[in-house]
Design a protein around this ligand. Structure first.
Ligand code: AMP
Length: 420
């Protein structure tokens, strides 16, 4: 062990488990790539103000959890706590919305940072795959994103997740609801911090996990009762499109989510095998965000799915992903000359796209075969001086145990045929 350890609240991804993370990222992004979303990558840090304005001054993410710092040049930056604000900033900066092709559909995958109290499923460094559809107000777009996330989870073999769905209204009906909720909250027996929150962002009090708070919230005004006609019609259509697609969801009038920018459709994917950190992903519509960060009006919708928690959900359901073998062929040279010749073969096989590894470090046959076994390779190539003199290598099928000589110049074709 070295003197150093991974910082608190973080962990390393190492083989073989790291392969599962790659597969999860791939499974989540596959439906997006298949649906017109282009890949976007933004820096790991941004101006702190982008998140303060975008995510919301009163959110936990901004007030407590941001890794904010000042650079030597005096810039105030923060490690990104989430992806949406950065992606929208990037799209606006590049004028993607002016290319006349709205919505701009983007997907991303990367690391995010929040200074949270670490526990299982909650880390200070975590990874998300996300999608944003920028610049169109269309219920089909909201439905599309929920359908694609559902498809991603199902393609991984997950079954015990639920989709919670709500509408938070728009700039017409939300203020009316907000005022009614605030009035109700002022009459409750709440601690000072919660009362303060009720003044700044009363909807977030609905999200309070404490039982005594939840008990008092019975009878609180409910958003669905306050939706204006346009929001009601919009939400109805989102639901109908999901129904038609066979996507099952639950209406949850208390679903508000922890970020300020959401309007209308909001949703969360929860997994019932994860305990308190049950949200595996979430998102919604954020029609006002572009204006909040200085852009034009660009109604948009998006989601982010957590890779770490999705892996935990797979474990909770006992799903073993079928991961492709990393190595198909393992080459074992016996002696100097064989090392030179086989190394050339390894390079040739790799060039042809066959995943091949090599026994390094001058190991004897026994040690090398142990490595070959551990690599999971389907075939090994073994060559000693006598084989080379005969112009052959020994090809061993690690499943059947069969072994036989193959002419050196026929190795590639033989393996191609055997590996299909
Ligand atoms: P949010 O941006 O908070 O809606 O988060 C979206 C998803 O990212 C969540 O559903 C989680 O799966 C994941 N996530 C958020 N925060 C954390 C964290 N601290 N540790 C692990 N995963 C997280």
């Amino acid at each position: 062990m070295s003197t150093f350890q991974a910082p608190k609240g973080t962990y390393d991804l190492l083989p073989p488990n790291s392969a599962t993370y790659l597969a999860v990222r791939e499974a989540i992004s596959a439906p997006l790539k298949n649906s017109g979303y282009g890949y976007v990558e933004t820096p790991g840090f941004e101006a702190v103000e982008l998140f303060a304005r975008g995510v919301g001054e009163s959110t936990d993410i901004v007030t407590k959890e941001m890794y904010a710092f000042e650079t030597k040049g005096g810039d105030k930056l923060a490690l990104r706590p989430e992806g949406t604000a950065s992606v929208l900033r990037a799209a606006l900066e590049a004028n993607l919305h002016k290319a006349g092709n709205l919505p701009v559909k983007l997907w991303y995958s990367g690391s995010y940072y929040r200074y949270e109290r670490p526990q299982k499923g909650r880390y200070r460094h975590f990874s998300q795959v996300g999608a944003e559809a920028i610049g169109a107000e269309d219920p089909a777009l909201d439905a599309e994103l929920i359908i694609l996330a559902d498809q991603a989870y199902r393609s991984l073999g997950l079954r015990n997740f639920r989709i919670l769905l709500n509408s938070l209204g728009d700039k017409e009906c939300r203020p009316v609801y907000r005022a009614a909720l605030q009035e109700f909250l002022r009459g409750l027996d709440l601690d000072e911090e919660t009362l303060r929150r009720a003044e700044i962002n009363p909807l977030r009090v609905l999200d309070d996990k404490r039982a005594d708070v939840q008990k008092q919230l019975t009878g609180a005004p409910s958003m669905p009762d306050y939706l204006c006609d346009a929001c009601t019609a919009y939400h109805k259509e989102v639901r109908e499109l999901l129904d038609a697609a066979g996507v099952v969801y639950e209406d949850d009038a208390k679903l508000v989510r922890g970020l300020d920018y959401y309007t209308r459709t909001t949703f969360e994917f929860v997994h019932d095998g994860l305990g308190s950190q049950s949200a595996v992903g979430g998102g919604g519509r954020y029609d006002g965000l572009s204006e909040m960060i200085g852009g034009p009006s660009l109604p948009s919708v998006g989601w982010a799915l957590g890779v770490d928690r999705t892996v935990l959900a797979l474990e909770a359901e006992g799903v073993d992903l079928e991961l492709p073998a990393t190595t198909s062929v393992f080459a074992v040279p016996l002696g100097e000359e064989a090392r030179r010749v086989l190394f050339g073969k390894v390079t040739e096989l790799r060039k042809a796209g066959i995943a091949t590894d090599f026994s390094y470090g001058g190991k004897g046959l026994k040690g090398a075969m142990k490595n070959a076994n551990r690599s999971g390779a389907r075939f090994t190539l073994v060559a000693g001086e006598r084989d080379l003199a005969d112009g052959v290598v020994q090809l061993k099928d690690m499943e059947s145990g069969e072994q036989g000589p193959v002419a050196l110049d026929a190795v590639l074709e033989t393996l191609k045929a055997k590996l299909g």
